[in-house]
Design a binder for this molecule. Structure first.
Ligand code: GLC
Ligand code: MG
Length: 239
């Protein structure tokens, strides 16, 4: 990551992964360039699940792997956990209080996950999410709420999230000068897609992203998944 000149920060499911032919074409395209593209994967999956996907799909090993909707960061050749980030993010985190409040909502089912840095649920509908959000606010519990795909509800430490984690990494490696593209397909990607860097919403995106406001830095691809990434790369970084 140090001195990266080109950088792809991408979600996995439904963005980099989802169309095999498009993915092979994108990787081949990057191979054929004179420059190297540093990879940052930013996924909602938990760390082990992300590692399995990388193996299963034979994806290039990234330089930084951000998992759990931006609540865990692993980096370097051995993909070691970034404890400084974890420490900072968990300062005001109250997972027990959040779970206790959630238990009184019939429309929320806790996701079965091996992590405590986020509280994730399956929500029955958006009214349940709204009511829960009000309860969290009136209880004064610091958090960030992310609703994706009309079903997945993530309650995260207030200082975390895909956008906050990506910004932390760019600051850490002083990588602001790199030619960059941020790519995503669903609600949990919104924060990183609206940081102001060249970004792409791939053609198969979820409705919650298709409705987001227009911006010159957000390219709406017509191609799905990795094909959409390549389309946007050519748009922002023609060489
Ligand atoms: C992924 C994760 C899930 C999370 C969702 C939305 O599907 O597996 O835990 O709620 O992304 O961020
Ligand atoms: Mg996705």
């Amino acid at each position: 990551m140090n001195e990266a000149t080109h950088l792809l920060a991408t979600d996995l499911d439904g963005t980099l992964v989802g169309d095999r032919k498009g993915l092979d074409r994108l990787l081949g395209f990057y191979e054929s360039q004179e420059y190297d593209v540093s990879l940052i994967y930013i996924t909602g999956r938990h760390h082990q699940s992300a590692m399995s996907l990388i193996e299963q799909e034979n994806l290039p090993i990234p330089e930084v792997l951000i998992t759990d909707v931006g609540t865990e960061i692993h980096l370097g050749p051995a993909l070691e956990k970034d404890s400084a980030w974890e420490h900072r993010m968990l300062k005001h985190w109250q997972p027990e209080a959040i779970d206790k409040l959630a238990a009184s909502f019939k429309g929320l089912k806790k996701q079965d996950l091996p992590v405590s840095n986020r509280c994730s649920f399956y929500a029955e509908d958006s009214d349940t999410v709204l009511a829960f959000e009000q309860r969290l606010a009136s209880a004064g519990i610091p958090h960030k709420l992310i609703f994706s795909g009309g079903r997945d509800l993530d309650i995260l430490p207030a200082e975390s999230g895909k956008g906050a984690a990506l910004q932390y990494i760019l600051d850490k490696f002083n990588a602001h000068e790199a030619k960059m593209l941020v790519a995503g397909d669903s609600g949990n990607d919104k924060e990183m897609l609206t940081l102001g860097f060249p970004s792409v919403i791939v053609g198969n995106a979820q409705p919650e992203l298709l409705q987001s406001p227009e911006s010159p830095m957000i390219f709406r691809a017509s191609k799905v998944c990795a094909g959409g990434i390549q389309e946007a790369w050519n748009y922002f970084h023609p060489e």
